[in-house]
Design a protein around this ligand. Sequence first.
Ligand code: NAD
Length: 320
Amino acid sequence: MSSAPRVLNGLAIASDIKAEVAGEVATARSAGYTPGLAVVLVGDVPASQIYVRSKVKTCAELGIYSEMITPPATISTEELLAIVASLNARNDIDGILIQLPLPAHVDTPLLLDAVAPEKDVDGFHPVNVGRLLSGTGGDDLLAPCTPAGIMQILKRSAIPVAGQNAVVIGRSNIVGKPVAAMLINASATVTVCHSKTHNLAEITRQADIVVAAIGRPGFLTAEMVRPGATLIDVGINRITGEAELAEFFPPTHPEHADRRALWEKRGSTVVGDIHPAAFAVSGAYTPVPGGVGALTIAMLMKNTLTAARTRREKASRERK
Ligand code: NAD
């Protein structure tokens, strides 16, 4: 008889990482500097405002200085480039985060490339992407936050990665590709699947670890999973309809009562890219919410601290 799956608690892991960062920030402050993060939030996209507010709030909790720059949606690429150039030049700013998505008229790749690589706490600059791919970044690497958070969940939960078959579904630059690179660097055998992949279920059934980063509610079903596999769910999908609710959280299953009550209260609930029935046959899984999503901001804080430390170490080496 198989045992109940382990729930990989992202909130607890994120809280441990934030406590470690807070301790190291306190050490940095007593050594005479305060790590600083600048967040550029263009226009008034409600979801972006929520994300940015919680990033700024977490900075305050951990003792990191933060600054919000909020230009209107009409700002030009040139004006944004000037903002980035001034942040690149400031000594009190260690990390620069440009909240995406930007308005359609802004040249997003040009802007992301303009961020100084040593202040690129999102890990999107081609220099940092190259270091990740070549596996030469070491502990100083500024790597994309969500994939880095996934690796922390695996590591801190003692899930074996070396030699394991890992299947990543999704090939975005933000999640799919960087997490595939990190899994290769950690010696997994990695297959990346995407919207053009044939026989996807056959591939996922071979996996010891599945990372689902698709953006489709409940895409990975129980039949697509090898019993006992580790399932990492990156998806964040809001469901509102009663039929969808019944599909994910059937009223006949008493364990879903809390989730159904929440939906009654709010009129919606968040689900991942993995169906709860697949979690039930897994060996371990990250829940949604409370799994991968919890790690993203914690890793941003860690990157800001790393950027602050690395830049000062480099400056002190250059002075010698
Ligand atoms: P994206 O839209 O950029 O990429 C989705 C990927 O899924 C694509 O590579 C595509 O090829 C693949 N895909 C689409 N349909 C498919 C199909 N039928 N079969 C196989 N592959 C298919 O999305 P993203 O930015 O990588 O985000 C993915 C999900 O993760 C979203 O739900 C997003 O909200 C969530 N996300 C969560 C966090 C977090 O902090 N937890 C961070 C980033 C993204």
